[in-house]
Design a protein around this ligand. Structure first.
Ligand code: UDP
Length: 310
């Protein structure tokens, strides 16, 4: 019989895709979420499955689970810049207190623990592309510091539990990811541009649009996380798509794919917005045998379809 997996933040964008994939693979899933930025509608289709259970709980408070647990996938956190600006204290608390509670549970259950970390640990990087050995360039007191530092702390305490308590921990550094089940108002570039394009509103490019990002389709990301979960790797691994685009090129691609009449307009660039971002995925290729396979235009088509259907 397959093991039970606890997914914290399981009703969020990435968490809900993980829950779906785990159910398909025959695991029992406990999805825990306080629904601050997650949505029950993301997992509604799973609620009928006898192997799936939803618990509404804020993991900053003690987590009580009586059954055995084989894996804890810790994905709870506001994750879009707009969300962590709206919820700075909740973001710091879930990354610190929430991660501590989730690790305490992993220790009590002798469960494998996987932390969802982020490319934001590299801050506004001075090394390009970013490999796992780069320590980052983060402004701790800037507006993004609440997320960056909470994830940096989460990585530190995760490895401390590995070293001191011998917990089998894993850390995935997730680069920009997109796909169905993102909230159309989550504030990130892809949902903003698609919803603006579909309603023929102006497309808001921040700055000159020359900043770069590398966008990974959700199915590729889930595949990488699943491989990491089953691996023997305890140190951080980047998972992301290394195809790098400027934000302006992304906006133009979305206008083209939607056939929109929207105009592109330029707005002020948010403070400390990283100028470049691109994962070095040499390690993921080597230790997980993982490579992304969905191109930006194919992934955008599926995402546009989802937003159209809403
Ligand atoms: N961005 C933009 N217009 C928007 C939303 C975002 O130009 O309506 C830019 C943002 O300033 C950044 C890039 O797109 O340079 C990616 O932003 P996102 O919020 O998706 O995530 P980030 O990579 O900054 O965490």
């Amino acid at each position: 019989m397959k093991k039970t997996v606890l997914v914290t933040g399981g009703a969020g964008f990435i968490g809900s895709h993980l829950c779906g994939r785990l159910i398909t693979k025959g695991y029992k899933v406990i999805c825990m979420d306080n629904l601050l930025t997650g949505r029950l509608s993301n997992v509604r289709r799973l609620l009928k499955d006898k192997n799936f259970r939803f618990i509404k709980h804020n993991i900053c408070d003690y987590i009580k689970i009586s059954s055995k647990i084989g894996y804890i996938l810790h994905f709870a956190s506001p994750a879009s810049p707009a969300d962590y600006l709206n919820y700075p204290i909740q973001t710091l608390k879930v990354g610190s207190l929430g991660t501590h509670n989730a690790l305490g549970l992993a220790k009590a259950k002798r469960a494998v623990f996987l932390l969802a970390s982020t490319s934001e640990v590299y801050g506004d990087p001075l090394v390009h592309p970013q490999s796992e050995s780069y320590w980052g360039n983060v402004n701790p007191v800037g507006p993004r510091g609440v997320y960056d530092e909470s994830k940096r702390f989460a990585e530190a305490i995760t490895l401390a539990y590995h070293r001191v308590h011998k917990i089998d921990t894993k850390i995935v550094r997730i680069f920009n990811t997109y796909g169905p089940q993102m909230r159309k108002n989550d504030g990130r570039a892809i949902p903003n541009f698609i919803s603006q394009a579909l309603s023929n509103r102006d497309i808001t490019v921040y700055g000159k649009g020359s900043h770069t990002r590398s966008f990974c389709y959700i199915d590729d990301l889930i595949d990488g996380i699943f491989r990491l979960m089953l691996s023997k790797i305890n140190e951080p691994v980047n998972v992301g798509n290394p195809a790098e685009y400027t934000v302006l090129r992304l906006a133009k691609e979305i206008v083209k794919l939607t056939g929109s009449k929207s105009k592109i307009v330029f707005k002020p660039l948010p403070q400390d917005d990283p100028k470049v971002r691109c994962p070095d995925i040499t390690k993921a290729k080597k230790v997980l045998g993982w490579l992304p396979s969905v191109s930006l235009s194919d992934g955008l088509k599926k995402t546009i379809e989802y937003f159209r259907s809403r």
